[in-house]
Ligand binder design. Structure first.
Ligand SMILES: *Cc1c(COP(=O)(O)O)cnc(C)c1O
Length: 474
């Protein structure tokens, strides 16, 4: 048995001694992950060193504050871990400042928003109250503060054009704390229309322009975004949660690299970047102090064990191997897109030039919900997603979002992704909506007999050629 296998075997035994169901579920998750064709664009497989770094006593320490400036005693090792992670993040992205405490992408975005508000809002009330303690504040002071900080204007990409909930959607706190105006994509091309965006920004005068997406299959010109932000006096905030791995791996360079153009960049660490679940924020020097106030403004104590794992993931992403990986993500997405298009699947924007694709399944008479379920039954894991101006809304949807980061980590090649395209197209063609006494269902579907089994078998063959965590004999 390889040494790392025996580490995990013993670890699972130790866990099982306390609660066997947790050990079983952990073991089963490995089996399930190994056996599924994971096309979820936001997921990946972190390295074993990254995973191992999360299972330690660094989790036991409280370390609110910043490096060398904590509200608790005895934080020297957390200081080391956080410094190393921040150092790698700065070097990896060429950023002036990195804040690696956020626990997730949403937390990173909240830190970014509050940092921008802190830096940008001239609050006469705060100035007046500089020396006051909380107890001195009257109800009227609080009213003034809320008035000065709330209802600032934010402009982000709309959810159905591929933006994220945190970019001003009404069911997210960002939609409630800001007055928001979204920008969409051109109805004909499906692409961001920078001239239209500029016109909207000139009219709306946002304090913050958010660039970034979760379901837009194209690259963004951040130089153009910065030009527009400068013209209207907005801060450019880029949320690169999805595509941080493509920035790290130098697939997105020049005007497609957000770091030289954005005032503040936030991200997850676990999507294309292939690290632990978590977030981080990069900033220009002028925003650095405000970003460092993430704890206690928005966050509690940082997760020392996760910062350790982030340090490893950032270090791994600085290698030539990671650049090769990131290039393969993009090449594979091209192959997947071409494979789907030639088999009659309509792609939103006609293709992809990043790591993800958005399939319009309405031509097959299906909702996204039906397509997602039919694919899952066949062993292909995806998620349904709205397409621009989706007639089926955000729950049933008309789209399927897929991406290449996870299977590329397993070593899938462009030729393998052509087979994947064939499997996806086969299922979509073999599925039809089920009818209910009330009419056609938006959720239920019927799959031609034998298709799920055939797709499963071919998927198993591909997965067998590219084992997940081959070092683990579990
Ligand atoms: C995934 C995602 C997030 C949220 O990340 P979590 O870690 O799930 O909180 C934020 N922004 C964008 C653009 C994302 O794609």
């Amino acid at each position: 048995m390889t040494p790392v296998s025996s580490i995990y075997t013993q670890m699972l035994d130790v866990i099982a001694a306390v609660e066997p169901r947790v050990a079983d579920a952990t073991r089963q998750e490995l089996t399930d992950q190994r056996a599924s064709l994971k096309l979820i664009a936001s997921e990946n497989y972190a390295s074993l060193p990254t995973l191992l770094a999360m299972g330690t006593w660094l989790s036991d320490k409280y370390a609110e504050g910043t490096i060398g400036h904590r509200f608790y005693a005895g934080c020297r090792n957390i200081d080391t871990v956080e410094s190393v992670a921040a150092e790698h993040a700065r070097a990896l992205f060429g950023a002036a400042h990195a804040y690696v405490q956020p626990h997730s992408g949403i937390d990173a975005n909240l830190v970014a928003y509050w940092a921008i508000l802190n830096h940008r809002i001239e609050s006469p009330t705060l100035k007046r109250l500089e020396k006051a303690t909380v107890n001195d504040l009257t109800e009227a002071d609080w009213e003034d503060l809320r008035h000065e900080f709330n209802s600032q204007r934010v402009m982000g990409m709309s959810l159905d054009a591929g933006g994220h909930l945190t970019h001003g959607f009404r069911h997210n706190i960002s939609g409630k704390m800001f007055t928001q105006h979204s920008y969409g994509t051109n109805p004909t091309t499906g692409l961001i229309d920078y001239d239209a965006l500029r016109a909207t920004a000139r009219e709306f005068r946002p304090l913050i322009i958010v660039a970034g997406y979760s379901a837009y299959p194209r690259r963004v010109n951040f130089a153009r975004m910065r030009e527009i932000a400068d013209e209207v006096g907005a801060t450019l905030f880029v949320d690169m949660a999805h595509f941080a791995g493509l920035v790290a791996g130098k697939v997105f360079t020049g005007e497609e690299d957000p770091v030289p153009y954005a005032h503040v960049v936030a991200s997850t660490t676990h999507k294309s970047l292939r690290g632990p679940r978590g977030g981080f924020v990069l900033a220009t020097p002028e925003y650095a102090d405000a970003v460092d106030k993430g704890c206690p403004m928005v966050l509690g104590g940082p997760l020392g064990h996760v910062m350790a794992a982030k340090a490893l993931a950032f270090a791994e992403a600085r290698t030539a191997e990671f650049e090769t990986y990131a290039q393969a993500i993009a090449t594979n997405a091209q192959a997947l897109g071409e494979g789907l298009a030639k088999r009659g699947v309509r792609l939103v924007t006609g293709g992809t030039d990043n790591h993800l694709l958005l399939l319009d399944v309405s031509a097959f008479g299906l909702t996204g919900r039906q397509a997602e379920s039919a694919l899952l039954e066949s062993g292909v894991v995806t998620n349904r997603n709205s397409i621009p101006h989706d007639p089926n809304g955000a729950w049933y949807t008309s789209g399927i979002r897929i991406g290449t980061p996870a299977l590329t980590t397993r070593g899938f090649t462009a030729a393998d992704f052509d087979v994947v395209a064939d499997l996806v197209a086969t299922v979509l063609k073999a599925a039809t909506p089920a009818s209910t006494p009330k009419g056609p269902s938006k959720a239920k579907y019927v799959l031609e007999p034998g298709v799920a089994d055939r797709v499963h078998a071919r998927a198993a063959e591909l997965l067998g050629n590219h084992p997940l965590y081959p070092e683990l004999e579990l």
